[in-house]
Ligand binder design. Structure first.
Ligand code: MEV
Length: 345
């Protein structure tokens, strides 16, 4: 039965940085990601047939538009990097499947447009933001809106599928509910946090999350001290949480809170480096931030390339990163208090 046509629905979802805990969260340790004001915006309109047409004008420099039957047997005919198209389509494909399932509309077809100012695969949760915003817009478009918790659970299932089981709930939960969150296994909670002075440096590259997670897993299986390293990340996250809990969430964080959070971020980066998920460009940006007087700096997300996050309320880290050869872009990232939200068309 053809889906009913209706007006377009537009949802957006924020990216995130990890204050602490990426990788270790995959093994049940706690992590604290924080949503940031960089968003993926997804517009969805139902079609009269069951096909899916995806247009992503700025997902890469070239962008792409593809139309497919949604049954996996057709590959798009486009002239941008196959890997990028495959990755983008896979995430949207699984999001569409989740939306069809949630709304009990297995044959619904959609025109989907994705716009995003979150660099792809760079540790800022671009895929989670696209998946969360897509499921939200598509389910609303089908007249079956989901609450943020169910949305997060479905987005997690979608990411889990694309990343071959190498995913925690952290990215998708943070992106769905916004603000700072704490994730430990299946337990996901919003936590109070002051507005932290995040500065993000981006090396222009991307890491392969599935491969990086698999690399940590094999180190952890092979060496007890790698397993201990993962547990140490959990210990420092617990310490970081108690520092956050003592800070007044309505005020700017005092110097001693920033100093302690920064020290823990530096420690976390060192442990991630030991687990083999940093890179020369990430390390160089981390050192540039530290030498500029940042309270602390670390890679964010899966690593391998992409972004670092530093804490600095002054302009020094931004300036230093701007003059760092490995850094392609630098920006301040405000904590996004809103998670997924409906946007005006
Ligand atoms: C990737 O953004 C964060 C990882 O911890 C993987 C995950 O939590 O799904 C590396």
């Amino acid at each position: 039965m053809p889906a009913e046509s209706s007006n377009m629905t537009v949802s957006s979802a924020p990216g995130k940085v990890y204050l602490f805990g990426e990788h270790a969260v995959v093994y049940g340790e706690p992590a604290v990601p924080c949503a940031i004001e960089r968003r993926a915006t997804v517009s969805v309109e139902t079609r009269e047939d069951s096909r899916v047409r995806v247009s992503a004008p700025d997902l890469s420099l070239d962008g792409f538009t593809v139309e497919y039957g949604g049954n996996g047997d057709e590959r798009p005919d486009v002239n941008v990097s196959e890997g990028l198209v495959e990755a983008g389509i896979e995430y949207i494909d699984v999001a569409v499947e989740q939306a069809r399932d949630a709304a009990n509309a297995p044959n619904a077809g959609f025109d989907v447009t994705v716009e995003s100012d979150i660099p792809l695969g760079a540790g800022l949760g671009s895929s989670a933001a696209v998946v969360v915003a897509s499921i939200d817009a598509a389910t609303r478009e089908l007249g079956h809106p989901l609450d943020p918790e169910e949305l997060a659970a479905r987005a997690y299932r979608a990411e889990y599928e694309v990343q071959d089981g190498q995913a925690s709930r952290a990215d998708t939960f943070c992106c769905a509910v916004g603000g700072a969150v704490r994730v430990e296994g299946d337990d996901c909670q919003h936590i109070d946090a002051p507005s932290l002075p995040f500065v993000v440096g981006f090396d222009g590259g991307a890491g392969d999350t599935g491969k990086l997670v698999a690399g940590v897993r094999s180190l952890r299986d092979e060496y007890d001290f790698a397993a201990d390293t993962v547990e140490s990340i959990g210990d420092l996250v617990r310490r970081g949480e108690s520092v956050l809990a003592e800070a007044d969430p309505t005020d700017h964080p005092p110097e001693d809170v920033l100093a302690e959070l920064g020290r823990l971020m530096d420690f976390d980066h060192g442990l991630l480096e030991a687990l083999g998920v940093s890179s020369r460009t990430l390390d160089n940006m981390v050192w540039a931030a530290r030498e500029a007087g940042a309270h602390g700096a670390k890679l964010t997300g899966a690593g391998g390339g992409g972004c670092i996050v530093a804490l600095d309320e002054t302009a020094e880290t931004e300036t230093a990163l701007r003059y760092t050869a490995e850094c392609e872009d630098v920006f301040r990232a405000e904590l996004a208090r809103d998670g997924v939200r409906v946007e005006d068309e």
